[in-house]
Design a protein around this ligand. Structure first.
Ligand SMILES: [Zn+2]
Length: 184
Protein backbone atom coordinates (compact mmCIF):
# COMPACT_ATOMS: atom_id res chain seq x y z
CA UNK A 1 0.00 0.00 0.00
CA UNK A 2 1.87 3.04 -1.19
CA UNK A 3 -1.02 5.50 -1.10
CA UNK A 4 -1.63 7.71 1.90
CA UNK A 5 -4.06 10.49 2.73
CA UNK A 6 -2.41 13.76 3.66
CA UNK A 7 -3.77 17.06 4.91
CA UNK A 8 -2.31 20.55 4.41
CA UNK A 9 1.13 20.80 6.01
CA UNK A 10 1.79 17.05 5.93
CA UNK A 11 4.96 15.66 4.45
CA UNK A 12 4.14 14.10 1.07
CA UNK A 13 7.54 12.70 0.12
CA UNK A 14 11.00 13.47 -1.15
CA UNK A 15 11.52 15.88 -4.04
CA UNK A 16 13.12 13.11 -6.09
CA UNK A 17 9.78 11.26 -6.12
CA UNK A 18 7.16 14.02 -6.04
CA UNK A 19 7.11 17.16 -8.12
CA UNK A 20 5.85 20.45 -6.80
CA UNK A 21 2.32 21.05 -8.11
CA UNK A 22 -0.76 23.22 -7.51
CA UNK A 23 -1.60 21.30 -4.31
CA UNK A 24 1.94 20.88 -2.98
CA UNK A 25 4.96 23.00 -2.14
CA UNK A 26 8.65 22.20 -2.09
CA UNK A 27 10.73 23.08 0.98
CA UNK A 28 14.41 22.41 0.39
CA UNK A 29 14.12 18.92 -1.05
CA UNK A 30 10.89 17.84 0.61
CA UNK A 31 7.37 18.10 -0.77
CA UNK A 32 4.52 19.14 1.57
CA UNK A 33 0.79 19.16 0.92
CA UNK A 34 -1.15 22.42 0.67
CA UNK A 35 -4.47 20.61 0.17
CA UNK A 36 -6.11 17.38 1.29
CA UNK A 37 -5.17 14.62 -1.11
CA UNK A 38 -3.83 11.15 -1.73
CA UNK A 39 -0.12 10.64 -2.26
CA UNK A 40 1.08 7.61 -4.21
CA UNK A 41 4.76 6.99 -3.67
CA UNK A 42 5.12 4.31 -6.33
CA UNK A 43 4.00 6.65 -9.12
CA UNK A 44 4.98 9.94 -7.47
CA UNK A 45 1.51 11.38 -7.93
CA UNK A 46 -0.50 13.53 -5.57
CA UNK A 47 -4.23 13.48 -6.27
CA UNK A 48 -6.69 15.91 -4.76
CA UNK A 49 -10.40 15.13 -4.69
CA UNK A 50 -12.29 16.77 -7.51
CA UNK A 51 -15.69 15.39 -6.77
CA UNK A 52 -17.83 14.37 -3.88
CA UNK A 53 -19.90 11.66 -5.52
CA UNK A 54 -22.23 11.27 -2.57
CA UNK A 55 -23.72 14.70 -3.26
CA UNK A 56 -26.18 14.93 -6.09
CA UNK A 57 -28.95 17.15 -7.36
CA UNK A 58 -31.94 17.24 -5.04
CA UNK A 59 -30.04 16.23 -1.89
CA UNK A 60 -30.79 18.12 1.30
CA UNK A 61 -27.64 19.29 3.10
CA UNK A 62 -26.82 21.21 6.26
CA UNK A 63 -24.00 23.68 6.61
CA UNK A 64 -22.55 26.81 8.16
CA UNK A 65 -22.38 30.13 6.35
CA UNK A 66 -18.70 30.82 5.75
CA UNK A 67 -18.85 34.05 3.79
CA UNK A 68 -21.52 36.46 2.56
CA UNK A 69 -20.99 38.86 -0.31
CA UNK A 70 -23.52 41.23 -1.86
CA UNK A 71 -25.06 38.66 -4.17
CA UNK A 72 -23.46 35.34 -3.23
CA UNK A 73 -22.77 33.29 -0.11
CA UNK A 74 -20.40 30.39 0.54
CA UNK A 75 -21.61 27.52 2.74
CA UNK A 76 -19.41 24.88 4.39
CA UNK A 77 -21.47 21.71 4.03
CA UNK A 78 -21.46 19.40 7.05
CA UNK A 79 -20.31 15.85 6.32
CA UNK A 80 -23.18 13.44 6.23
CA UNK A 81 -23.80 11.12 9.13
CA UNK A 82 -21.30 8.31 9.11
CA UNK A 83 -18.84 10.28 7.02
CA UNK A 84 -17.27 12.30 9.76
CA UNK A 85 -13.96 10.55 9.23
CA UNK A 86 -13.90 11.46 5.56
CA UNK A 87 -10.70 13.31 4.74
CA UNK A 88 -12.44 15.00 1.84
CA UNK A 89 -15.16 16.67 3.89
CA UNK A 90 -16.35 19.36 4.18
CA UNK A 91 -17.40 20.45 0.75
CA UNK A 92 -18.24 24.01 -0.13
CA UNK A 93 -21.46 25.19 -1.65
CA UNK A 94 -22.42 28.51 -3.10
CA UNK A 95 -25.81 30.20 -3.05
CA UNK A 96 -26.65 33.02 -5.44
CA UNK A 97 -28.90 35.78 -4.19
CA UNK A 98 -31.79 34.72 -6.45
CA UNK A 99 -31.75 31.34 -4.65
CA UNK A 100 -31.77 32.73 -1.11
CA UNK A 101 -35.55 32.98 -0.86
CA UNK A 102 -38.65 32.44 -2.93
CA UNK A 103 -39.26 36.17 -3.04
CA UNK A 104 -37.01 39.10 -3.85
CA UNK A 105 -33.93 39.58 -1.66
CA UNK A 106 -32.32 43.01 -1.94
CA UNK A 107 -29.02 42.12 -0.27
CA UNK A 108 -27.66 38.70 0.67
CA UNK A 109 -27.04 40.04 4.19
CA UNK A 110 -30.78 40.46 4.68
CA UNK A 111 -31.18 36.69 4.26
CA UNK A 112 -28.15 35.04 5.89
CA UNK A 113 -25.06 36.01 7.86
CA UNK A 114 -21.74 34.33 8.64
CA UNK A 115 -22.12 31.61 11.27
CA UNK A 116 -25.78 30.83 10.54
CA UNK A 117 -26.71 27.18 10.16
CA UNK A 118 -28.77 26.47 7.07
CA UNK A 119 -30.68 23.65 5.44
CA UNK A 120 -30.22 23.77 1.67
CA UNK A 121 -31.00 21.75 -1.42
CA UNK A 122 -28.35 20.81 -3.99
CA UNK A 123 -29.05 22.31 -7.43
CA UNK A 124 -25.99 20.90 -9.08
CA UNK A 125 -22.46 19.67 -8.43
CA UNK A 126 -19.42 20.85 -10.33
CA UNK A 127 -16.01 19.60 -9.27
CA UNK A 128 -15.79 19.80 -5.49
CA UNK A 129 -18.30 22.65 -5.29
CA UNK A 130 -22.06 22.43 -5.07
CA UNK A 131 -24.59 25.03 -6.07
CA UNK A 132 -27.29 25.28 -3.44
CA UNK A 133 -30.70 26.82 -3.05
CA UNK A 134 -32.43 28.12 0.08
CA UNK A 135 -35.72 28.87 -1.71
CA UNK A 136 -38.53 26.83 -0.20
CA UNK A 137 -40.42 26.89 3.07
CA UNK A 138 -38.46 23.95 4.44
CA UNK A 139 -35.14 25.51 3.43
CA UNK A 140 -33.17 28.43 4.84
CA UNK A 141 -31.66 29.38 8.18
CA UNK A 142 -32.46 26.90 10.97
CA UNK A 143 -30.29 28.51 13.63
CA UNK A 144 -28.77 31.98 13.74
CA UNK A 145 -26.75 34.05 16.15
CA UNK A 146 -27.08 37.77 16.76
CA UNK A 147 -24.36 39.59 14.82
CA UNK A 148 -23.96 42.10 17.67
CA UNK A 149 -23.79 39.91 20.80
CA UNK A 150 -23.60 36.35 19.33
CA UNK A 151 -26.58 35.16 21.42
CA UNK A 152 -28.91 32.79 19.54
CA UNK A 153 -31.81 34.52 17.81
CA UNK A 154 -35.26 33.32 18.88
CA UNK A 155 -38.29 33.33 16.62
CA UNK A 156 -40.99 35.68 17.94
CA UNK A 157 -44.05 37.31 16.40
CA UNK A 158 -41.86 40.38 15.85
CA UNK A 159 -39.26 38.38 13.93
CA UNK A 160 -35.92 37.07 15.18
CA UNK A 161 -34.80 38.61 18.47
CA UNK A 162 -31.85 37.79 20.75
CA UNK A 163 -31.97 37.82 24.56
CA UNK A 164 -30.51 41.35 24.51
CA UNK A 165 -33.33 42.63 22.34
CA UNK A 166 -31.49 42.97 19.05
CA UNK A 167 -33.71 42.27 16.04
CA UNK A 168 -32.22 40.89 12.84
CA UNK A 169 -33.64 39.73 9.51
CA UNK A 170 -33.02 36.20 8.17
CA UNK A 171 -34.61 33.96 5.58
CA UNK A 172 -35.64 31.19 7.95
CA UNK A 173 -36.91 27.67 7.39
CA UNK A 174 -40.40 26.92 8.69
CA UNK A 175 -38.95 24.84 11.54
CA UNK A 176 -36.39 27.42 12.68
CA UNK A 177 -34.88 26.11 15.95
CA UNK A 178 -37.56 23.43 16.14
CA UNK A 179 -35.86 20.74 14.10
CA UNK A 180 -35.84 17.59 16.14
CA UNK A 181 -33.76 15.12 14.25
CA UNK A 182 -30.37 16.78 14.08
CA UNK A 183 -28.34 17.72 17.11
CA UNK A 184 -27.09 21.30 16.70
ZN1 LIG B 1 -27.91 40.52 20.33
Amino acid sequence: MSEKIVVPGDYVGPGEVFEEGPATHLVENDVYASAVGEADESSGTFKTPTKRPELSKGDIVYGTVLMVMESLAIITIFPEQGERESPFAPTEGKVFIREMAEGYVKSARDAILVGDIVRAKVKGVEGDKAELTLAGSELGVIKAYCSICREPLEKTDKGLVCSNGHREPREIANDYRQYGKINL
